[in-house]
Ligand binder design. Structure first.
Ligand code: FE
Length: 332
Protein backbone atom coordinates (compact mmCIF):
# COMPACT_ATOMS: atom_id res chain seq x y z
CA UNK A 1 0.00 0.00 0.00
CA UNK A 2 2.63 2.50 1.17
CA UNK A 3 4.93 1.09 -1.40
CA UNK A 4 2.51 1.72 -4.22
CA UNK A 5 1.82 5.19 -2.82
CA UNK A 6 5.51 6.11 -2.79
CA UNK A 7 6.04 4.60 -6.20
CA UNK A 8 3.22 6.79 -7.53
CA UNK A 9 4.71 9.82 -5.77
CA UNK A 10 8.13 9.09 -7.21
CA UNK A 11 6.71 8.61 -10.68
CA UNK A 12 4.71 11.83 -10.59
CA UNK A 13 7.65 13.86 -9.27
CA UNK A 14 9.86 12.33 -11.96
CA UNK A 15 7.34 13.28 -14.62
CA UNK A 16 7.17 16.77 -13.16
CA UNK A 17 10.95 16.98 -13.45
CA UNK A 18 10.89 15.73 -17.01
CA UNK A 19 8.10 18.03 -18.15
CA UNK A 20 9.62 20.92 -16.20
CA UNK A 21 12.97 20.29 -17.86
CA UNK A 22 11.31 20.20 -21.27
CA UNK A 23 9.74 23.57 -20.68
CA UNK A 24 12.67 25.72 -19.76
CA UNK A 25 15.66 27.35 -21.33
CA UNK A 26 18.76 28.67 -19.58
CA UNK A 27 20.45 31.86 -20.77
CA UNK A 28 23.87 33.24 -19.89
CA UNK A 29 23.51 36.94 -20.64
CA UNK A 30 25.95 39.82 -20.89
CA UNK A 31 22.93 42.05 -21.40
CA UNK A 32 21.74 43.34 -18.04
CA UNK A 33 18.61 42.08 -16.32
CA UNK A 34 16.49 45.18 -16.94
CA UNK A 35 17.01 44.80 -20.71
CA UNK A 36 16.20 41.09 -20.90
CA UNK A 37 13.70 40.26 -18.14
CA UNK A 38 10.64 41.90 -19.80
CA UNK A 39 11.14 40.03 -23.09
CA UNK A 40 11.84 36.70 -21.37
CA UNK A 41 8.60 37.16 -19.42
CA UNK A 42 6.73 37.85 -22.67
CA UNK A 43 8.31 34.75 -24.29
CA UNK A 44 7.19 32.61 -21.34
CA UNK A 45 3.67 34.01 -21.65
CA UNK A 46 3.61 33.18 -25.37
CA UNK A 47 5.14 29.73 -25.21
CA UNK A 48 4.91 28.39 -21.64
CA UNK A 49 8.68 27.91 -21.68
CA UNK A 50 10.32 29.27 -18.53
CA UNK A 51 13.54 31.24 -18.97
CA UNK A 52 16.22 31.00 -16.31
CA UNK A 53 19.16 33.34 -16.70
CA UNK A 54 22.29 34.69 -15.11
CA UNK A 55 23.94 37.96 -16.09
CA UNK A 56 27.64 38.83 -16.01
CA UNK A 57 30.25 40.42 -18.27
CA UNK A 58 30.97 38.47 -21.47
CA UNK A 59 34.50 37.49 -20.37
CA UNK A 60 33.47 35.72 -17.16
CA UNK A 61 30.47 34.13 -18.93
CA UNK A 62 32.70 32.63 -21.62
CA UNK A 63 35.21 31.44 -18.99
CA UNK A 64 32.34 29.83 -17.13
CA UNK A 65 31.12 28.05 -20.27
CA UNK A 66 34.65 26.77 -20.92
CA UNK A 67 35.05 25.56 -17.32
CA UNK A 68 31.63 23.90 -17.22
CA UNK A 69 32.11 22.13 -20.54
CA UNK A 70 29.55 19.39 -21.18
CA UNK A 71 27.98 19.86 -17.75
CA UNK A 72 26.95 23.47 -18.34
CA UNK A 73 23.31 24.27 -17.61
CA UNK A 74 23.44 27.03 -20.26
CA UNK A 75 21.47 26.74 -23.50
CA UNK A 76 22.05 30.23 -24.92
CA UNK A 77 24.85 32.77 -24.76
CA UNK A 78 23.52 36.29 -25.22
CA UNK A 79 26.06 39.07 -25.57
CA UNK A 80 26.93 42.34 -27.26
CA UNK A 81 29.28 42.80 -30.17
CA UNK A 82 30.05 40.45 -33.03
CA UNK A 83 33.64 40.43 -31.77
CA UNK A 84 32.51 38.67 -28.60
CA UNK A 85 30.11 36.31 -30.40
CA UNK A 86 32.88 35.38 -32.83
CA UNK A 87 35.25 34.68 -29.89
CA UNK A 88 32.65 32.37 -28.33
CA UNK A 89 32.15 30.49 -31.60
CA UNK A 90 35.90 30.32 -32.19
CA UNK A 91 36.42 28.88 -28.69
CA UNK A 92 34.00 26.06 -29.57
CA UNK A 93 31.35 27.20 -27.09
CA UNK A 94 28.49 27.42 -29.61
CA UNK A 95 26.84 25.08 -32.10
CA UNK A 96 25.52 25.75 -35.60
CA UNK A 97 21.79 26.22 -35.91
CA UNK A 98 19.78 25.79 -39.09
CA UNK A 99 16.54 27.76 -38.87
CA UNK A 100 14.33 28.96 -41.69
CA UNK A 101 12.78 31.50 -39.32
CA UNK A 102 16.17 33.04 -38.55
CA UNK A 103 17.19 32.85 -42.21
CA UNK A 104 14.08 34.86 -43.04
CA UNK A 105 14.33 37.38 -40.20
CA UNK A 106 18.03 38.21 -39.88
CA UNK A 107 19.97 39.61 -42.89
CA UNK A 108 23.09 37.70 -43.96
CA UNK A 109 25.61 40.36 -42.85
CA UNK A 110 24.27 40.32 -39.26
CA UNK A 111 24.83 36.65 -38.50
CA UNK A 112 27.58 34.06 -38.44
CA UNK A 113 27.96 32.49 -41.91
CA UNK A 114 28.10 29.10 -40.11
CA UNK A 115 24.92 29.72 -38.09
CA UNK A 116 26.63 29.74 -34.68
CA UNK A 117 25.26 33.17 -33.69
CA UNK A 118 22.64 35.63 -34.83
CA UNK A 119 22.46 39.41 -34.45
CA UNK A 120 19.22 40.42 -32.73
CA UNK A 121 19.65 44.18 -32.46
CA UNK A 122 21.79 46.54 -34.48
CA UNK A 123 23.97 49.19 -32.93
CA UNK A 124 25.33 51.83 -35.26
CA UNK A 125 28.73 53.31 -34.37
CA UNK A 126 28.66 56.68 -36.00
CA UNK A 127 29.97 60.25 -35.86
CA UNK A 128 28.68 62.70 -33.23
CA UNK A 129 29.46 66.42 -33.35
CA UNK A 130 29.00 69.71 -31.53
CA UNK A 131 26.29 71.57 -33.48
CA UNK A 132 27.72 74.97 -32.45
CA UNK A 133 31.14 74.22 -33.86
CA UNK A 134 30.65 71.83 -36.77
CA UNK A 135 28.33 71.82 -39.77
CA UNK A 136 27.20 68.52 -41.27
CA UNK A 137 28.81 69.65 -44.55
CA UNK A 138 32.20 69.56 -42.75
CA UNK A 139 31.78 65.83 -42.16
CA UNK A 140 31.98 62.92 -44.59
CA UNK A 141 33.67 59.69 -43.49
CA UNK A 142 35.38 57.96 -40.54
CA UNK A 143 38.60 58.21 -42.54
CA UNK A 144 38.17 61.97 -42.97
CA UNK A 145 38.45 62.38 -39.17
CA UNK A 146 42.13 61.67 -39.83
CA UNK A 147 42.53 64.80 -41.95
CA UNK A 148 44.53 67.78 -40.58
CA UNK A 149 41.41 69.93 -40.35
CA UNK A 150 40.39 67.95 -37.24
CA UNK A 151 43.74 68.48 -35.47
CA UNK A 152 43.04 69.06 -31.77
CA UNK A 153 39.28 68.67 -32.35
CA UNK A 154 38.67 64.90 -32.13
CA UNK A 155 37.65 62.90 -29.04
CA UNK A 156 37.65 59.11 -28.88
CA UNK A 157 36.74 56.39 -26.43
CA UNK A 158 39.52 54.02 -25.36
CA UNK A 159 40.73 51.36 -27.82
CA UNK A 160 40.32 48.81 -24.99
CA UNK A 161 36.59 48.75 -25.65
CA UNK A 162 35.50 46.01 -28.04
CA UNK A 163 33.28 48.50 -29.95
CA UNK A 164 36.36 50.34 -31.21
CA UNK A 165 38.23 47.10 -31.81
CA UNK A 166 35.34 45.97 -34.01
CA UNK A 167 35.22 49.31 -35.85
CA UNK A 168 38.93 49.11 -36.66
CA UNK A 169 38.67 45.37 -37.48
CA UNK A 170 35.95 46.14 -40.02
CA UNK A 171 38.12 48.90 -41.50
CA UNK A 172 40.97 46.40 -41.86
CA UNK A 173 38.60 43.93 -43.55
CA UNK A 174 37.61 46.60 -46.01
CA UNK A 175 40.74 48.67 -46.64
CA UNK A 176 43.61 46.51 -45.44
CA UNK A 177 46.03 47.09 -42.58
CA UNK A 178 48.29 49.72 -44.13
CA UNK A 179 45.55 52.19 -44.98
CA UNK A 180 43.72 51.57 -41.70
CA UNK A 181 46.90 52.13 -39.73
CA UNK A 182 47.48 55.48 -41.43
CA UNK A 183 43.93 56.50 -40.54
CA UNK A 184 44.13 55.40 -36.90
CA UNK A 185 47.55 57.05 -36.42
CA UNK A 186 46.13 60.33 -37.72
CA UNK A 187 43.07 60.00 -35.46
CA UNK A 188 45.44 59.72 -32.50
CA UNK A 189 47.37 62.70 -33.83
CA UNK A 190 44.12 64.70 -34.01
CA UNK A 191 43.00 63.96 -30.43
CA UNK A 192 42.04 67.00 -28.37
CA UNK A 193 42.56 65.14 -25.10
CA UNK A 194 43.12 61.69 -23.55
CA UNK A 195 40.79 58.88 -24.62
CA UNK A 196 37.58 58.44 -22.61
CA UNK A 197 36.42 55.40 -20.64
CA UNK A 198 32.98 55.47 -22.27
CA UNK A 199 30.96 57.03 -25.09
CA UNK A 200 28.83 59.15 -22.76
CA UNK A 201 31.77 60.92 -21.10
CA UNK A 202 33.23 61.51 -24.56
CA UNK A 203 29.97 63.12 -25.76
CA UNK A 204 29.72 65.26 -22.63
CA UNK A 205 33.18 66.54 -23.44
CA UNK A 206 32.12 67.32 -27.02
CA UNK A 207 29.03 69.13 -25.72
CA UNK A 208 31.19 71.10 -23.28
CA UNK A 209 33.40 72.25 -26.17
CA UNK A 210 36.56 70.36 -25.17
CA UNK A 211 36.48 68.82 -28.64
CA UNK A 212 34.20 69.08 -31.66
CA UNK A 213 33.65 65.59 -33.00
CA UNK A 214 33.81 61.93 -31.97
CA UNK A 215 32.51 58.42 -32.61
CA UNK A 216 29.68 56.86 -30.58
CA UNK A 217 27.09 54.12 -30.50
CA UNK A 218 23.78 55.80 -31.20
CA UNK A 219 21.92 54.46 -28.14
CA UNK A 220 24.34 56.32 -25.83
CA UNK A 221 23.50 59.48 -27.77
CA UNK A 222 19.79 58.67 -27.38
CA UNK A 223 20.08 58.19 -23.62
CA UNK A 224 22.11 61.36 -23.12
CA UNK A 225 19.78 63.53 -25.22
CA UNK A 226 16.74 62.05 -23.48
CA UNK A 227 18.20 63.24 -20.16
CA UNK A 228 19.43 66.56 -21.48
CA UNK A 229 17.72 67.59 -24.75
CA UNK A 230 19.50 70.95 -24.84
CA UNK A 231 22.99 69.53 -25.37
CA UNK A 232 24.48 70.86 -28.65
CA UNK A 233 25.01 67.39 -30.09
CA UNK A 234 23.88 65.68 -33.29
CA UNK A 235 24.58 62.43 -35.11
CA UNK A 236 26.08 62.22 -38.59
CA UNK A 237 25.91 59.18 -40.86
CA UNK A 238 29.37 58.79 -42.46
CA UNK A 239 30.52 56.87 -45.54
CA UNK A 240 27.12 57.12 -47.22
CA UNK A 241 28.77 57.49 -50.65
CA UNK A 242 30.99 54.50 -49.97
CA UNK A 243 30.86 51.55 -47.60
CA UNK A 244 28.15 52.73 -45.17
CA UNK A 245 27.92 53.17 -41.40
CA UNK A 246 29.74 50.67 -39.18
CA UNK A 247 27.09 48.49 -37.58
CA UNK A 248 27.45 45.85 -34.95
CA UNK A 249 25.00 43.65 -33.08
CA UNK A 250 23.85 42.36 -29.81
CA UNK A 251 23.06 38.72 -30.43
CA UNK A 252 22.86 35.14 -29.32
CA UNK A 253 24.02 31.64 -30.08
CA UNK A 254 23.02 28.16 -28.91
CA UNK A 255 25.55 26.70 -26.47
CA UNK A 256 27.35 23.61 -27.76
CA UNK A 257 26.29 21.49 -24.79
CA UNK A 258 22.75 22.88 -24.54
CA UNK A 259 20.31 20.56 -22.75
CA UNK A 260 17.25 22.35 -24.17
CA UNK A 261 18.34 22.97 -27.73
CA UNK A 262 14.82 23.13 -29.21
CA UNK A 263 13.70 25.66 -26.63
CA UNK A 264 16.89 27.63 -27.18
CA UNK A 265 16.24 27.85 -30.92
CA UNK A 266 12.64 28.73 -30.20
CA UNK A 267 13.70 31.62 -27.94
CA UNK A 268 16.19 33.02 -30.47
CA UNK A 269 13.56 32.71 -33.22
CA UNK A 270 11.03 34.47 -30.99
CA UNK A 271 13.54 37.25 -30.32
CA UNK A 272 13.86 37.73 -34.10
CA UNK A 273 10.07 38.01 -34.51
CA UNK A 274 8.08 41.23 -34.39
CA UNK A 275 7.23 41.13 -30.65
CA UNK A 276 10.73 40.05 -29.67
CA UNK A 277 12.43 42.58 -31.92
CA UNK A 278 10.41 45.52 -30.64
CA UNK A 279 11.31 44.61 -27.06
CA UNK A 280 14.93 43.70 -27.75
CA UNK A 281 15.78 46.87 -29.69
CA UNK A 282 13.47 49.54 -28.28
CA UNK A 283 14.34 49.01 -24.61
CA UNK A 284 17.92 50.13 -25.38
CA UNK A 285 17.19 52.53 -28.28
CA UNK A 286 18.85 50.15 -30.75
CA UNK A 287 17.75 49.19 -34.26
CA UNK A 288 15.86 45.94 -34.88
CA UNK A 289 18.04 43.42 -36.72
CA UNK A 290 14.95 42.20 -38.59
CA UNK A 291 14.55 44.75 -41.41
CA UNK A 292 10.77 44.21 -41.50
CA UNK A 293 10.44 45.83 -38.06
CA UNK A 294 10.50 49.62 -37.70
CA UNK A 295 12.70 51.19 -35.04
CA UNK A 296 11.35 53.12 -32.06
CA UNK A 297 10.14 56.62 -33.11
CA UNK A 298 12.99 58.30 -31.18
CA UNK A 299 15.53 56.16 -33.03
CA UNK A 300 13.74 56.65 -36.35
CA UNK A 301 13.94 60.44 -35.83
CA UNK A 302 17.73 60.26 -36.29
CA UNK A 303 17.15 59.41 -39.96
CA UNK A 304 17.83 56.53 -42.30
CA UNK A 305 21.30 55.46 -43.26
CA UNK A 306 23.13 52.89 -45.31
CA UNK A 307 24.71 50.02 -43.32
CA UNK A 308 28.11 48.68 -44.12
CA UNK A 309 27.05 45.33 -45.64
CA UNK A 310 30.27 43.43 -44.88
CA UNK A 311 29.59 40.43 -42.65
CA UNK A 312 30.18 41.47 -39.05
CA UNK A 313 31.94 38.17 -38.35
CA UNK A 314 34.96 40.07 -39.74
CA UNK A 315 34.95 42.07 -36.50
CA UNK A 316 36.03 38.87 -34.76
CA UNK A 317 38.30 37.60 -37.49
CA UNK A 318 40.34 40.81 -37.51
CA UNK A 319 40.02 41.67 -33.82
CA UNK A 320 43.54 40.59 -32.84
CA UNK A 321 45.00 42.49 -35.81
CA UNK A 322 42.96 45.56 -34.82
CA UNK A 323 44.25 45.45 -31.24
CA UNK A 324 47.86 45.20 -32.46
CA UNK A 325 47.30 47.98 -34.99
CA UNK A 326 45.81 50.35 -32.40
CA UNK A 327 48.73 49.57 -30.09
CA UNK A 328 51.22 50.45 -32.87
CA UNK A 329 49.27 53.66 -33.50
CA UNK A 330 49.54 54.47 -29.75
CA UNK A 331 45.76 54.60 -29.51
CA UNK A 332 45.38 53.98 -25.77
FE1 FE B 1 27.18 49.63 -24.91
Amino acid sequence: MYCRFFAAMLLSSLMATVSHAAEEVVVYSARIEQLIKPMFDAFTQDTGIAVRFITDKEGPLMERLKAEGASTPADILLTVDAGNLWQAANAGLLKPVASQVLDGNIPPHLKDPNGQWFGLSVRARTIVYNTQKVKPADLSTYEDLASPKWKGRLCLRTSKKVYNQSLVAMMIAEKGEAETERTVKSWVNNLATDVFPDDTKMMESIAAGQCDVGITNTYYYGRLIEKNPKLPLALFWPNQESSGVHVNVSGAGVVKHAKHEKNAIRLIEWLSSETGQKMFADVNLEYPANPKIKPDPVVASWGDFKHNPINIAKAGEFQAAAVRLMDRARYK
